[in-house]
Write a protein that binds this ligand. Structure first.
Ligand code: HEM
Ligand SMILES: *[C@@H]1O[C@H](CO)[C@@H](O)[C@H](O)[C@H]1NC(C)=O
Ligand SMILES: *[C@@H]1O[C@H](CO)[C@@H](O)[C@H](O)[C@H]1NC(C)=O
Length: 494
């Protein structure tokens, strides 16, 4: 009895202490720091944040606290930027200050702070600059990046033709095509779709997408120390990343054996050249480790994003046969049926261009964006934001802004067309984010989306297996990405 009483008192003291700490933390942020809901010690705002649908939780907090607010993801403080103006002021007008990459515990664990996506400082600057120039360099190897995409589009179309109008889920084909673009750029050549090595790699990447969506993986960001010890899909994700690492390392070794500085075949060769140039420099950022991580980054950032966008696109086009037909007419007029689409065609195809923009706007692929940090103490909108504070400059609210895009929840290519049918640019089109951290693969991704989609529509008409009016194109929110509902479709040759 006495013992029980002592324990109760002890527990009460503990709880009071924790509450005191929490109150102190919430008070100390008054005035100078952006407002936000009361946060529990350790658990943070778990009560206000639904890990399964963070965008929805953010919407509610925005209604209460305005365009800039503070939340706690577990013990980690995050300042959320909600809406076009506040995000533009941060990422574009104060670009340098907001150029740091925030380290969500899961990202930190997966990437160890190297590569491009999760690195900071000099490492990030140099690796990003190198990747941008190499991805832009049309002289890499004998073929331009555009030609590599055209080649892949050709194989994709032939593979679809072989399905002979039988309905199927095109997800796998699209993943293979998007992965092969990265393979072609990084490893020098595409793989055959039946290649065992290729299928192993794809399988690993596929599984990772699944593991990333799991609730345990999301909880890792709230309670990293605890989740580190618990079994579950997040552990499989970590194991998988090491397997992909090994795969890449093998290919790097092969490249080293056949390396010839006078003939740059691909991204890895370009990187080996750079390593060679910096041989005497002990502080060089160009090492085998950073090459492995950068390669992994390109797969991680560049395959799921593009293929999921294409999966959305093929579902949306089934829902709106009249939009599909209009794009096909434009393709027939500008490109015809006898040659591959190329990027030079795009400027003469405002309607198709508007459709692709509208797809990216509508699906809002990465609603929360990736986390940033401020790289020094700054003043922002009269708030004080200390160095290293994690910033979430959300993209969803910008892409679905109802002033810029009337009726934003409706799919309507008119959002990107002038009354006279010309293409209408919008500063709110930010699916790739903005500023210094803007997607490093934007140019590549837009080439892929244009060439793959026009090639498919040039050769096939999409025929749904259900009444097109019944198709549900609203995305499912899975972790940080919006993915389409599963579907089958039949491709009818034109
Ligand atoms: C539809 C396709 C894609 C979308 C919607 C997309 C979107 C994004 C977004 C929102 C970010 C975060 C930007 C920020 O932190 O502010 C990002 C970063 C990045 N993306 Fe993409 N991306 C796509 C395709 C690609 C492709 C094909 C590549 C491959 C080269 C790629 C490589 C990267 C890299 C390396 C980063 C990190 C940039 C940095 O931290 O400096 N992305 N992307
Ligand atoms: C992570 O980075 C640290 C420091 O750069 C390094 O010592 C360590 O080996 C890395 N860990 C992994 C798993 O790559
Ligand atoms: C079409 O309309 C836009 C804006 O409404 C205008 O800027 C553009 O010059 C027009 N183009 C043509 C060819 O009429």
């Amino acid at each position: 009895m006495e013992l029980l009483g002592m324990t109760t008192i002890f527990l009460l003291i503990c709880i009071s202490c924790l509450l005191l700490v929490a109150t102190w933390r919430n008070i100390s942020q008054n005035g100078k720091q952006p407002p936000g809901p009361f946060a529990l010690p350790l658990a943070g705002n778990i009560l206000q944040l639904n890990p399964k649908n963070l965008p929805e939780s953010m919407k509610k907090l925005n209604e209460k606290y305005g365009p800039i607010f503070t939340i706690y993801l577990g013990p980690q403080k995050i300042v959320v930027l909600y809406g076009h103006d506040v995000v533009k002021e941060a990422l574009i007008d104060q670009a340098d200050d907001f150029s740091g990459r925030g380290n969500l515990p899961l990202l930190k664990r997966l990437f160890n702070g190297t590569g491009i996506v999760t690195s900071n400082g000099e490492t990030w600057k140099q690796l990003r600059r190198f990747a941008l120039t190499t991805l832009r360099d049309f002289g890499m190897g004998k073929r331009s990046i555009e030609e590599r995409i055209q080649e892949e589009a050709h194989f994709l179309v032939e593979r679809i033709r072989n399905t002979h109008e039988k309905p199927f889920n095109p997800g796998g084909f699209l993943t293979h095509a998007a992965s092969n673009i990265i393979c072609s750029i990084v490893f020098g050549d595409r793989f055959d779709y039946e290649d065992k090595k290729f299928l192993t790699l794809i399988n690993l990447l596929d599984e990772n997408t699944k593991y990333q969506g799991a609730i345990q993986t999301q909880l890792y960001n709230f309670f990293p120390t605890l989740m580190e010890f618990l079994p579950g899909p997040h552990q499989e994700l970590l194991k998988n990343i090491y397997k992909v690492d090994k795969f890449i390392l093998e290919i790097i070794t092969q490249h080293k054996e056949t390396w010839d500085p006078s003939c740059t075949r691909d991204f890895i060769d370009a990187f080996l050249n750079k390593m060679d140039q910096e041989k005497g420099n002990d502080h060089s950022e160009f090492t085998v480790e950073s090459l492995t991580r950068t390669t992994l980054d390109l797969f991680f950032a560049g395959t799921g994003t593009t293929s999921i966008t294409l999966r959305h696109a093929l579902l949306i086009l089934q829902k709106y046969p009249e939009i599909q037909e209009k794009a096909q007419k434009e393709i027939d007029r500008v490109i015809g049926r006898d040659r591959s689409p190329c990027m030079a065609d795009r400027s003469q195809m405002p309607y198709t261009d508007a459709v692709i923009h509208e797809i990216q706007r509508f699906i809002d692929l990465i609603p929360l964006n990736l986390p940033h940090t401020v790289i020094k103490d700054i003043k922002f909108r009269n708030y004080f934001i200390p160095k290293d504070t994690t910033i979430l400059p959300m993209l969803g609210p910008i892409l679905h802004d109802s002033k810029e895009f009337p009726n934003p929840e409706k799919f309507d290519p008119g959002h990107f067309l002038n009354a006279n049918g010309t293409f209408k640019k919008s500063n709110f089109f930010m699916p790739f984010s903005a500023g210094k951290r803007i997607c490093a693969g934007e140019g590549l991704a837009r080439m892929e989306l244009f060439i793959f989609l026009t090639s498919i529509l040039q050769n096939f008409t999409l025929k749904p297996v259900v009444d097109h009016k019944k198709i549900d194109i609203t995305p499912l929110i899975a972790s940080a990405a919006s993915i389409p509902r599963p579907y089958e479709v039949s491709f009818v040759p034109r």
